[in-house]
Design a protein around this ligand. Structure first.
Ligand code: NAD
Length: 434
């Protein structure tokens, strides 16, 4: 089948590549000419495990192409996916400007019946809105299907190829069947394709992300209380996770959630409630998260004093989570800004997110080529992202390089008793040693 994917970011590029991998002819479209030029050279502008190799293979076999020409991509495709960004607007609502521009551009290009699929995360009612935007521009026939994406950055290809479920929403049976067929190769192990009305499909994405963010804020709040009460959140989490009604996932305390989805989707869901329904729980989830992002620097200030002038801190991990270069709304941004505000200097390292970090911090911080280089002369090490390569470092080397053996671990990746034995002053989250 000929497919167009409009918006070639984390979602669009992965979706387009995976649809090509299952034998479709895919054209990925973006307004960012530099991104398309890079992709046409076989280079992938984002870090996502396994993606670059798959892009190159499918491009070489001519099932995957990249263009800025939306019109020709739409005209030759039967199914058109909208995968453009839906960032947060000034009011906290989802900004649908890019979706509207895309819908209008598709409408101008339509030359025959098309199935238009919304993959972007969009507020409830957007499918109806898209129908209206397109109908205002064209009399050509089309159907709209809502197909929220649930992939995780860092495991996006795997998630797309083996989804827990696929959600399709709409009222055009034939269009739903067409999109269902596209997904059949990915659900051969029996995971379901759920078909529902478009409003429920749109809501399911926000509800799922809100639930995940709620779990994170819940355990973070528990971790704060553990500290107050002298309990250890690691033990508490283990005890909780063995209850099958709770399970082990997404109850790891840390420095708060971030990324391109949770913060904006929680705010969009609060915005959907608007004045009709105050989203009390989600407001609290957000407040807890904001508080959590400040916790590590509070520990730093408790140790060193409120004025950090003259002190340098090493930071390991900048991306909002491991296995991605994405720094959108990363907690590291808040933590580093707080250190700088208190007069400190920062030397940072991240295996993949350094280029993104440079766009945010410029020359306000130093960038180390290797993780150990960040430590030279630093007063302490802060760990903000739980990259695997930080889990078993050479502690003797860390000790030699730091001015004093002090670690503030925002991800609880080390065992407090081990670090104590090695002579470190070790601070982490929700464990009763400080
Ligand atoms: P992104 O910012 O990485 O990519 C969006 C792309 O759309 C950009 O390359 C941009 O240039 C392009 N674009 C914007 N307007 C355009 C237009 N008019 N025509 C063509 N291209 C245009 O965003 P993303 O992370 O891929 O997210 C896309 C959507 O998917 C969002 O709604 C997001 O909430 C949702 N989503 C994201 C993830 C994730 O993990 N990143 C997961 C699930 C859902």
């Amino acid at each position: 089948m000929n497919i167009a994917v409009i918006g070639t970011g984390y979602v669009g590029l992965v979706a387009g590549t995976c649809f090509a991998e299952s034998g479709n002819d895919v054209t990925c479209v973006d307004i960012d000419a530099a991104k398309i030029a890079l992709l046409n050279q076989g280079r992938v502008p984002i870090y996502e495990p396994g993606l670059e190799e798959m892009v190159r293979r499918n491009a070489a076999e001519q099932r995957l192409g990249f263009t800025t020409d939306l019109t020709s991509a739409v005209q030759k495709s039967a199914v058109i996916f909208i995968a453009v960004g839906t960032p947060q607007s000034a009011t906290g609502h989802a900004n649908l400007e890019f979706v509207r521009d895309t819908a209008k551009a598709i409408a101008k290009a339509i030359n025959a019946f098309k199935v238009i699929v919304t993959k972007s995360t969009v507020p409830v009612g957007t499918a109806d809105q898209i129908k209206q935007w397109i109908s205002e521009e064209t009399a050509q026939p089309f159907a709209v299907v809502s197909n929220p994406e649930f992939l995780k950055e860092g495991a996006a290809v795997e998630d797309f190829m083996k989804p827990d479920r696929v959600v399709l929403g709409g009222d055009d049976a034939e269009a739903l069947e067409t999109v269902k067929e596209l997904y059949e190769p990915f659900v051969r192990t029996g995971n379901p394709i759920l078909v529902m009305d478009s409003r429920s499909a749109e809501m399911s994405k926000y509800a799922a992300n809100s639930m995940l963010a709620t779990k994170i804020s819940f355990i973070n709040e528990v971790s704060c209380l553990c500290e107050e009460m002298g309990a250890d959140v690691t033990e508490v989490r283990r005890a909780m996770s063995l209850d099958r009604r709770i399970g082990p996932h997404f109850i790891f305390p840390g420095v708060g959630y971030g990324g391109s989805c949770f913060p904006k989707d929680i705010r969009a869901m609060i915005g959907m409630g608007g004045t009709r329904l105050e989203m009390l729980l989600l407001q609290a989830v957000e407040q807890v998260n904001e508080r959590q992002k400040a916790i590590l620097v509070e520990k730093v200030k408790r140790h060193f004093g409120a004025d950090l002038t003259g002190l340098t801190f090493a930071v390991w991990g900048l991306a909002f989570k491991p296995r991605t270069d994405d720094m959108r709304d990363a907690p590291s941004i808040t933590v580093i800004a707080a250190l700088l505000n208190a007069g400190a200097r920062v030397q940072a390292f991240d295996p993949e997110a350094m280029d993104e970090a440079k766009k945010i911090f410029g020359d306000r911080i130093g960038y180390a080529a290797r993780n150990y280089d960040a430590l030279a002369g630093a007063a302490a090490l802060l760990i903000l992202t739980e990259w695997n390569e930080f889990r078993r470092p050479d502690f003797r080397r860390i000790k030699e390089l730091l001015k004093a053996p002090i670690i503030f671990d925002g991800r609880n990746i080390y065992e407090p008793s081990d670090l104590q034995k090695l002579g470190f002053k070790y601070y982490s989250i929700g464990r009763n040693h400080g």
